[in-house]
Ligand binder design. Sequence first.
Ligand SMILES: [Zn+2]
Length: 196
Amino acid sequence: MKLNKKFFESTFDSTKRMFESKMMKIPHEVIIKFQSKEDYLVAVKENPLIQTQINLGFYKDIEKEYVGFAVVYANDKLELRTIMGLPYAITICDEIAKDVLKPFTSTEIKAYLTHVYLHELTHIFDNKLKETFPDMWQENLSKTNQNVPMANELFAESIPPIVMGEKDISIYKSVEKKLWSKVILRAEQAKRQRRL
Ligand SMILES: [Zn+2]
């Protein structure tokens, strides 16, 4: 399916409604904004978690192989924004999204986007959600040996299955597997090599 900005927006609106009915009231406006691939990849390469992955050999050419397209920049989730009357924001690289999601149907894309948005909404409201799910947060911390950035990623992956239906989660998983197959394969190879 050919993706357009309207589809990004309408899926974001329906995701926010799901998040509000199943998780928590959104206390302050959240918008999505779009970023060029050039600028997006500069930020991707500066991310410490991604740098670790690059060093471990997960990517041969990250500019061509990176299939992530959503992020919440630290500035865009600052509590200060509520006082300044500025919305929180999720940044989407629509060029990457359009490219990697091209082979999928609208149902598949909708399930995948919904999961991505829920992941990013969790990052924005993680303080509140960690209070709601303290056990889950502690479990994520212990799984990652108290590595907070990595635990935050696990936590953001733990929330969508609570909000979405089982059917949509399985659609999401099948898309995710296809999108990330190359990276997952390299990750497994890297893990095996480290054990040698
Ligand atoms: Zn994340």
